[in-house]
Design a protein around this ligand. Sequence first.
Ligand code: FE2
Length: 236
Amino acid sequence: MIDFHTHILPGIDDGSRNLDMTKELIQRERQQGIDKIVFTPHFYAQNENAQHFLEKRDKAYESVKENCADLTDGLEFKLGAEVYYFPGMGKADILPRLCMEGTDYILLEMPFAQWTSSIYRDVKDIIEKQKLRVILAHIERFYQFQKDKAVWSDILDLPVIPQINTGSFLSWKSRRFDIRFIKEGHGIILGTDCHNITSRVPNLTEGRAVIEKKLGASVLENIDKRGKLIWENEEI
Ligand SMILES: [Fe+2]
């Protein structure tokens, strides 16, 4: 099982604060049966130079490899980033370096606001001009901001891969959107978006159990097939 969205690397964003928490998070991921993890710390181009971010991220990763070797046996990691939308990003040449390691897949965090046609053009350019493949981080968190659904629909008509946080399946209120969205035919992948060991924890097993119960085992199988293709940088 793959966790495509995590904030496990220590001391780099609002996720894990230190190596001890990182160790605990890795242990919990293991207990959940996860064997592949993408490290996706937040990247905000508005606040930070990309080169600086990448150096900081690589350093945090090195410290995990050095200090957590006893926990990581049998686990595979890839470096990535959760890249917050910025105007003009369709033409930004830094994006390939922010993709999931060894792939053309980029985890994009959209604005928490009404999406506009210029946002649509940027997403389209990332795909068509930069030839990257876009994963939309926690798609379930943006629907409420789309009073006008036109751009939402246009973006979802692009060949994007929506990612849903497993935590959102755990309350009946938030899973209403998730279930409807999957039933509409959107091919999603899952991530825990875990940040810590108290409020935003690794909860893949619990989320998957809800999906299986509400939507059936074949939906989970398709999620896993899709995940495997992405991990291997294959096209879906
Ligand atoms: Fe996140």
